[in-house]
Design a protein. Sequence first.
Length: 141
Amino acid sequence: MKGSCNCEKVSFEISSDVTGLYQCHCKLCQKQSGSTSNTACIVAASDFTWSSGEDCITQWKKDSGFTSHFCNQCGCPVPNRLRDSEFYWIPMGLVDSFDIKITAHLCCSSKADWDLIQDSAIKYDDMPSDMDSFIKSFIKE
């Protein structure tokens, strides 16, 4: 599975199967995406490879620890390592083609009033209490 930013300076490849997507509806993800949520997946670092443009990535970090990595040419959010873990967060709008279902919705208690979540995916009011298990649920073993 391949993906890239709008200007295609930053590109990457995922070598494993993606088993599910999640949407985060928190206020930070609403602002970062400019929409109702941020649709993403998580992959093992060993299954992720930068193809080009790593030198075009800029990072912004909020005092709370929230980070946003983006292409410094076109502004697209780009994949980034989940803090100091062995996993990467992948914004799925960058992926060229996929047929994967949303399996979870996070931070539903802070979703926009006009955001209608109508699928059968698991819904969490906030972040899952056991993030390690949540992250590992996306990794195909």
